[in-house]
Design a protein around this ligand. Structure first.
Ligand SMILES: NC(=O)c1ccc[n+]([C@@H]2O[C@H](COP(=O)([O-])OP(=O)(O)OC[C@H]3O[C@@H](n4cnc5c(N)ncnc54)[C@H](O)[C@@H]3O)[C@@H](O)[C@H]2O)c1
Length: 325
């Protein structure tokens, strides 16, 4: 079978590709396990080639309809749509956000609709789809999506498109509403949640991390291994088990910078690491965006579907140390 991963050059897309290659099979449109013949990675940018004859990289813009249609072709059996601008960028560049996140999503969904069979489409949404007065203490799949950022708005619209294309039988879609995924390796990015990974990553690298939010700020976080497992598990759920609402918020820990510092101290003690500090560097713009995001989510509907829970926070940190340090 042929699989498309948009955003396949990014953090989660490249890890998803590696895991699918290891796995070797996925459920095809027939409902049977099929071997993975080709994975097409579609991204604006690739840092490096993937050394596997099953992988083809296409460097192009998701806003370009023809490029997306050419990549998906008449024969894609599974599409993981992860290409996206991040939250901070979307807030600064409204028109680009609509072109990339919204028109890009439409291009992917229309290309999926044009496929001869009925491909499964897994869309990476975000808990930034929640916001404002509609939020409750633990936001769940029945909480109204009233995003207070442009990024969250584009994700909420794409979730609705996934539901409606699925209702029409154009493709078999599913959306995973991702909490903030830790620990992103490399450098800080333009996401307003970049501090969530930074406050672990920088101290583990022995350098200080500026913290733009309050130390008591609670934020829903999960580990990247769990997210990749969840995207694959969501793909594998038979369509008959899905209702008319195909959007599932993934379970997450409520993490504060204070809790992160305590876990870091424990990991550093066990491994004899010298930690950098989490240093207060309050930024009213970032705090303002984060104030409009949920502090906790209830992923029980995803768990009931068979999607995994994140392991304890300390294990997430230890996995990062093992994978990246
Ligand atoms: N990482 C998180 O904490 C998190 C949380 C919630 C949701 N998500 C969603 O999960 C998905 C993957 O996230 P990630 O952490 O891997 O992000 P990432 O930034 O590492 O990957 C996104 C990829 O999209 C690509 N992209 C951006 N604009 C593009 C364009 N115009 N054309 C083609 N490609 C383009 C980027 O080059 C990048 O490689 C995204 O949709 C993101 O919104 C991530």
């Amino acid at each position: 079978m042929k699989i498309i991963i948009t955003g396949g050059g990014g953090f989660l897309g490249s890890r998803l590709c590696a895991q699918l290659l290891d796995r070797g099979t996925l459920t095809g449109p027939s409902g049977q396990n099929e071997s993975i013949r080709e994975i097409v990675l579609f991204d604006a940018f690739f840092a490096r080639p993937v050394d596997d004859p099953r992988v083809r990289q296409i460097a192009a813009d998701i806003g370009e309809r023809d490029a997306v249609f050419a990549a998906v072709g008449p024969d894609a059996a599974a599409i993981f749509h992860l290409a996206s601008m991040v939250s901070g960028e979307c807030e600064e560049r409204f028109d680009d956000a609509l072109r990339v996140n919204l028109e890009g999503g439409r291009n992917v969904f229309e290309a999926a609709r044009a496929v001869a069979g009925k491909p499964r489409v897994v869309f990476a949404s975000s808990i930034a789809t929640y916001g404002g007065e509609a939020m409750v203490e633990e936001n769940h799949d029945r909480t109204k999506l009233t995003p207070r950022t442009t990024y969250g708005m584009t994700k909420a619209i794409c979730e609705l498109l996934v539901n409606d294309h699925s209702r029409k039988g154009h493709f078999d879609g599913r959306s995973a509403r991702l909490p903030t995924v830790i620990i992103r390796p490399g450098k800080p990015n333009a996401a307003a949640s970049s501090w969530a990974s930074g406050m672990f990553r920088e101290p583990l690298n022995g350098i200080d991390c500026p913290l733009p939010v309050r130390r008591t700020q609670c934020h829903p976080m999960t580990g990247y291994r769990t997210v990749i497992d969840s995207l694959i598990a969501l793909h594998e759920v038979p369509e008959a088990r899905l209702g008319d609402d195909r959007g599932y918020v993934l379970p997450a820990h409520r993490v504060t910078p204070e809790a992160a510092a305590a876990v870091l101290r424990e990991v550093a003690r066990e491994r004899g690491l010298r930690l950098g500090e989490i240093v207060d560097a309050f930024d009213a713009r970032i705090q303002g965006i984060v104030d409009n995001w949920p502090v906790a989510v209830d992923g029980s509907r995803a768990v009931a579907l068979g999607l995994p829970q994140p392991p304890p926070l300390q294990r997430i940190v230890e996995e990062y140390v093992k994978d990246y340090l």
